[in-house]
Design a protein around this ligand. Structure first.
Ligand code: LLP
Length: 425
C-alpha cells in the first residue's frame, strides 16, 4: 500500500494515528470525514522548513478545508489565511486567526465584504480589476480607514493541470495584465486611505512541476523591478498556492524543490514571501469513511453501492479525480474484482471510482476514500436532501468531533411554510 501519513494498517485494521477506524464507524456512523492532526502538522512543518531561508508567511487557503478546528490549529502554528469571502473571514476570526495575516482573494468581492475586510483591518485585499480598486477606494474613504491592497497579476503561464483549476492563463477570468496592474498601482500613489503593499499571482491548483511556478515568479519579479524603477516599493510578494499532491501516481515535487526554484529570486531582497497553500497541507490528512450498502452485479458492471455520494465528495464527478479506496480490514489475500463505486444520488455522474480493482466486497464492508482532506467537505452539499457527514479530528488516541452529523431537521431549518392564505384550497 502507498504510504499515507497518519493512516496505516495495524494487524490488518486501518488506523488513523492510534485509533482503529472501525471503532469510529461504530461510534459515529458513515459517511464520516476523519482527519489526522499529525498529518496536517507534518505538512505544515515540511512547508515552513522548506521556506525557512527567507521571511515567509504561509496563508492557508481556507477553501480547501474550512472547519474552524483545523483553522484553529493552523492559527496556533502561526499561519496566515487566504480567504475568498466574508464567510471565510468570519471563520478565521472565530477560530482565533489574526486579521492582519489575512489575504482576501477572489474576482468578485461585494461591497459588504470589502467593508468587513477594512473594518477588521485585514492584511491585504488582492485586487482583480480596475473596478474593484475604485470600489475599495470609495469604501475606505467613506469609512475613513486604511486599506492595504495588492494587485493580482495574470502571468499567462500554463500550470498544466485540470482546466477547471487552471487560473493563470490570459483567457482566464483571474487577475490583470501587467499594463493594467501598472495603472492600478499608479492610482494608489496619492490615495490617503488605500496603500499598495503587495503583488500576487496564483496560476492554478494541483501543480506537479516546478517550471510553471518558477516562470510565474519570474514574471512577477520582472514586474516588481519595473515598479521599483517607478519608485513604488512593495512589502510582500504573494505567489499563491497550487502545490500538487499525490492522489494516484503523481509525483509532485516536494516543498523543498519549489523553494529551491523560488527562494533564489528573493535572495538579497527584503520582500516578504507570501504563499497560499491549501490542498498540500490537508488533502492527504483526511479520509471519507463509507459503508457498502449493496453489491449490484449487472451483466456490464459490478457496482459497489455505498452510502457516500457526489454530494459528500464531488471531486470524482466534477474533475474525474482519482481517490485511492482502501477497505478498513486489509483483504490483500482476497480475490480482486473491478467495481464502479457509486453513491445513492440519482445521477449517473454520482461515482467515487470507476472500474476500480478492489478486494471482493460485501454489504456492510466499510471503505476509506483516501486523500479527502481538501476540497471534499467544503464542496459538500445537501443535494437529494442528504445530511452532510460529521467530521472528526484525531490526535494520537484522542478523537475530537469537529462537526456533528446534520440532523434531518437541519435540512429545512432555513425554509418556511407558506402562510395559510397562500395555500390553495
Ligand atoms: N489561492 C488562490 C487565489 C486560489 O484560487 C486557490 C485555489 C488557492 C490559493 C489554493 O490552491 P491549492 O494550494 O489548494 O492548490 N476544487 C478544486 C480546487 C480548486 C482550487 C481553487 N483555488 C479541486 O478539488 O481540485
Amino acid at each position: 500500500m502507498r504510504h499515507f501519513n497518519g493512516f496505516e494498517y495495524r494487524q490488518d485494521i486501518l488506523h488513523v494515528e492510534d485509533v482503529a477506524l472501525p471503532t469510529l464507524v461504530t461510534e459515529f456512523g458513515t459517511p464520516c470525514y476523519v482527519y489526522s492532526k499529525a498529518a496536517i502538522k507534518a505538512q505544515w512543518d515540511l512547508l515552513t522548513g522548506a521556506f525557512a531561508g527567507h521571511d515567509c508567511l504561509p496563508c492557508y487557503a481556507v477553501k480547501a478545508n474550512s472547519n474552524i478546528a483545523i483553522l484553529q490549529l493552523l492559527a496556533a502554528w502561526g499561519a496566515g489565511f487566504d480567504i475568498v469571502s466574508v464567510g471565510e473571514l468570519e471563520r478565521v476570526l472565530a477560530a482565533g486567526g489574526a486579521a492582519n495575516k489575512v489575504m482576501f482573494s477572489g474576482v468578485a468581492k461585494r461591497e459588504d465584504e470589502i467593508r468587513a475586510a477594512i473594518y477588521h483591518q485585514i492584511g491585504c485585499i488582492n485586487i482583480e480589476s480596475e473596478y474593484e480598486l475604485s470600489r475599495i477606494q470609495t469604501i475606505a474613504a467613506e469609512m475613513k480607514m486604511p486599506a492595504r491592497v495588492s494587485v493580482r497579476i495574470n502571468p499567462d503561464v500554463d500550470p498544466q493541470t485540470h482546466p477547471y483549476i487552471s487560473t493563470g492563463l490570459k483567457q482566464s477570468k483571474f487577475g490583470v495584465t501587467s499594463e493594467v496592474a501598472l495603472s492600478l498601482y499608479q492610482s494608489t500613489i496619492d490615495d490617503p486611505w488605500v496603500s499598495a503593499v503587495g503583488i500576487d499571482c496564483h496560476i492554478g491548483s494541483q501543480i506537479t512541476d516546478t517550471a510553471p511556478y518558477r516562470q510565474a515568479a519570474e514574471h512577477v519579479f520582472r514586474f516588481v523591478a519595473e515598479l521599483e524603477r517607478m519608485g513604488i516599493k512593495l512589502k510582500h510578494i504573494d505567489l499563491g498556492g497550487g502545490f500538487g499532491v499525490t492522489y494516484e501516481q503523481e509525483s509532485p515535487p516536494a516543498f523543498d524543490a519549489f523553494a529551491a526554484q523560488i527562494l533564489p529570486l528573493f535572495e538579497g531582497t527584503d520582500y516578504q514571501l507570501v504563499l497560499e497553500p491549501g490542498r498540500s497541507l490537508v488533502a492527504n490528512a483526511g479520509i471519507l469513511l463509507t459503508r457498502v450498502e449493496y453489491i449490484k452485479d449487472t451483466s456490464v458492471h459490478k457496482f459497489s453501492v455505498v452510502d457516500a455520494a457526489m454530494n459528500d465528495l464531488i471531486r470524482p464527478a466534477l474533475y474525474q479525480a482519482w481517490h485511492t479506496i482502501l477497505p478498513l480490514v486489509d483483504k490483500s489475500d482476497a480475490n480482486s474484482c473491478e467495481y464502479d463505486v457509486v453513491g445513492p444520488v440519482c445521477e449517473s455522474g454520482d461515482f467515487l471510482a470507476k472500474a476500480r480493482l478492489l478486494p471482493e466486497l460485501g454489504s456492510g464492508d466499510v471503505l476509506a476514500v483516501m486523500s479527502a482532506g481538501a476540497y471534499a467537505m467544503t464542496m459538500a452539499s445537501n443535494y437529494n436532501s442528504r445530511q452532510k457527514p460529521c467530521e472528526l479530528l484525531v490526535d494520537g488516541a484522542q478523537v475530537n468531533i469537529i462537526r456533528r452529523r446534520e440532523a434531518l431537521s437541519d435540512l429545512w431549518q432555513h425554509e418556511s411554510l407558506l402562510v395559510d392564505s397562500c395555500v390553495p384550497d
